[in-house]
Design a protein around this ligand. Structure first.
Ligand code: SAH
Ligand code: DHB
Ligand code: MG
Length: 219
């Protein structure tokens, strides 16, 4: 079972129950045309984020890693009219493309894209109300710090979802000491050392290959 099968099944599922509409498809096209890497979440994962946000009645969502705004759209669409999504993006060109995609999706009033390295922009959020849901999907080297920031900006019942925590199985290959994989291991250490959450990680296969997500609920 390899990538061809995962692609076929992802296409099967997405075509039947996920419901990827024009705004989402054109977001992918515009991001591709702008030369961005094809690393947005698969549609089926975007829908999972959407359902999680709906399930907890999320009103405030914090995303770290915007790219072209594809996952942002899935999440923002789960919010009520007065809901708010803040998304942190390092690259101003990505932020610009994302803002255009969000506008095209009719979500510009609900979403704020903050440009800068997330570790530098996160402190500005401490003065705000806590967030209900966090989607961490930026540079994997800083994931442990992003997780600790999420806990700090959370309330009891908040969900913290971290993308890309399996990396083709490399996380459990101790011969692999690349910065991205070491960063992922520091994330697991940080989550394991945090008594205030219930957490798990699930392996996934999709058009984005073999990876996985980590989900934590703040007690
Ligand atoms: N969440 C998006 C994909 C994000 S890809 C989706 O699923 O549609 C990762 C993004 O994180 C890239 O746009 C990259 O520029 C951004 N990024 C990398 N390092 C960052 C940092 N230190 N702070 C904020 N964003 C960062
Ligand atoms: C990469 C980053 C992602 O967020 C992702 O979903 C896939 C790949 C990367 O940097 O390679
Ligand atoms: Mg990702």
């Amino acid at each position: 079972m390899t990538q061809d099968v995962w692609n076929a099944v992802d296409g099967y599922v997405t075509g039947r129950i996920v419901g990827e509409d024009e705004a989402l498809a054109s977001t992918e096209q515009a991001s591709d045309a702008a030369g961005m890497p094809p690393i947005s979440v698969a549609a089926a994962h975007g829908k999972l984020l959407h359902i999680l946000a709906l399930s907890i009645g999320a009103r405030r969502v914090l995303e770290i890693g915007t790219l072209g705004g594809y996952s942002t759209i899935w999440l923002a669409r789960a919010l009520p009219d007065d809901g708010r999504l803040v998304t942190l993006e390092y690259d101003p060109r990505h932020a610009e493309v994302a803002r255009a995609n969000l506008k095209h999706a009719g979500l510009e009033g609900r979403v704020e894209v903050i440009v800068g390295a997330a570790l530098e922009t996160l402190p500005s959020l401490e003065a705000e109300e806590p967030f209900d849901l966090f989607f961490i999907d930026a540079d994997k080297e800083n994931n442990a710090d992003y997780f600790r920031w999420a806990v700090k900006l959370s309330h009891p019942g908040s969900l913290i979802y971290v993308d890309n925590v399996v990396r083709g199985g490399r996380v459990a290959d101790y011969g692999d000491t690349s910065p991205m994989v070491e960063g992922t291991r520091r994330l697991y250490e940080a989550v394991g050392a945090e008594p205030g959450v219930a957490a798990t990680a699930v392996q996934t296969v999709s058009v984005r290959g073999y990876d996985g997500f980590l989900l934590a609920r703040v007690n």
